[in-house]
Design a protein around this ligand. Structure first.
Ligand SMILES: [Zn+2]
Length: 396
């Protein structure tokens, strides 16, 4: 009976071997088009490092999965493993059992590839602590490891660390959003604590940005917090929101909301918007050029008596909690790509009646903001609403 070294020697004689240098050249000069490079190692080995541009088909799944990676059996297929043994076995199976006509395996595997000083790709992964922290996310198929990594790489901006921004800050931090920007120029007041749960009794008088940062880090020290203790205005909005993936609108006044709309459409950043009054909440997602914008929905400001920010309106403390968490869910869907967002839909929540109602919102083809090319929105036009400030001041 032949021993293992004899068998592998025999197999090696029957499969074509390619030097890492030739594979490298193939990738470098672009002549590798139509060639499939397959890593046949196990998942943990692939996760550590692999050849850029390679596809992963573990040896144990070769027969069932290779057709997904290389559907055409006359295509050139180059296999590699760690040191060149498993790829020889796999190449043998591909040509003998599966009928591939143009199979090679790489000499010396990725070990020799690395020895030659060629680049490898290290896919992002979770640290052992992150694996434990986010294990319940990773178990959800719609999120999984890939979705969790997207969350960790995401940058989300919270406009306001008040009633809506507080629950959003806490849950988005817990969910592992990598960077949380927080814009708020206020300090914590005793009357805030009825609903703004990111703050606490012992932080009364502290800037809300600092207080929210403390709360975020108590839950998840990994989250990077960017603080903007300013009032959002035409002079700073472009600089602040640029670079964020999603914006959570927890603004308390209409002029800034219009300004935010115009700036986010111009920079193509989706906004998850919510507002509350009394026992009622509204929620929507505005994804520029993909759905309606805020001005498509509200072309003109609401009548003065309905503008809650203009006076000190009362609110059920739990309501912004509900709406802020619904915003957080939309943020996670936008970042991970899971599910259907509220893009093009307006969700109304009536807490007293315990009902959710949904309205379709269509893009206005004549919208002054989202119907034109973003670069055509001039600085002067952005957020400009004739007499708006006056209107609000009048309702004081
Ligand atoms: Zn629009």
């Amino acid at each position: 009976m032949a021993n293992a070294p004899d068998v592998i020697r025999k197999i090696r004689e029957q499969v074509t071997e390619i030097d890492p240098r030739d594979v490298h050249d193939l990738l470098q000069n672009g002549s590798g088009n139509g060639t499939v490079i397959v890593d046949v190692r196990e998942q943990n080995e692939w996760d550590e490092a692999h050849i850029p541009g390679a596809v992963h088909v573990p040896r144990s799944y070769l027969e069932s999965r290779i057709e997904g990676a290389a559907p055409d059996k006359s295509e050139r297929v180059i296999l590699y493993c760690q040191s060149g043994n498993r790829s020889a076995w796999a190449a043998d199976a591909l040509q003998k059992v599966l009928g591939y006509e143009n199979v090679e395996h790489m000499k010396g595997g990725i070990t020799l590839w690395k020895d030659r000083g060629y680049d490898v790709e290290v896919p992002p992964s979770l640290t052992p602590e992150q694996r434990e922290r986010y294990s319940r996310h990773v178990l959800v198929p719609e999120i999984g490891l890939e979705g969790q990594i997207k969350l960790l790489e995401s940058k989300v901006l919270l406009l306001g660390a008040g009633g809506l921004g507080s629950p959003a800050a806490l849950y988005l931090a817990a969910a592992g959003v990598g960077t949380l920007g927080i814009v708020d120029n206020d300090v914590v007041d005793l009357s805030n604590l009825q609903r703004q749960v990111a703050h606490s009794n012992d932080r009364i008088g502290v800037p809300k940005t600092d207080s929210a940062e403390t709360a975020v880090h108590e839950i998840n020290p990994d989250v990077k917090v960017e603080k903007y203790q300013v009032r959002l205005g035409p002079e700073n909005i472009m600089e602040i929101i640029d670079g964020y993936d999603v914006i959570v609108d927890g603004l308390d006044n209409f002029p800034t909301r219009y300004l935010l709309n115009d700036a986010s459409v111009r920079l193509d950043i989706p906004v998850v918007s919510a507002s509350i009054l009394g026992f009622e909440g509204q929620l929507s997602v505005f994804k520029p050029h993909d759905g309606p914008c805020y001005r498509c929905l509200y072309p003109t400001p609401p009548p003065a008596e309905l503008a809650p920010s203009c006076g000190a309106a009362g609110v059920l403390g739990v309501l912004p909690g509900v709406m802020g968490l619904l915003q957080s869910v939309e943020v996670i869907k936008l970042v991970t790509g899971a599910g259907d967002t509220l893009n093009g839909r307006l969700l109304l929540y009536d807490a007293l009646g315990a009902t959710f109602t949904e309205l379709k919102v269509r893009r206005d083809p004549d919208c002054p903001i989202c119907s034109i090319d973003p670069s055509d929105i001039s600085e002067e036009e952005m957020g400009h609403f004739p007499d708006y400030e006056l209107f609000c001041a009048g309702a004081g």
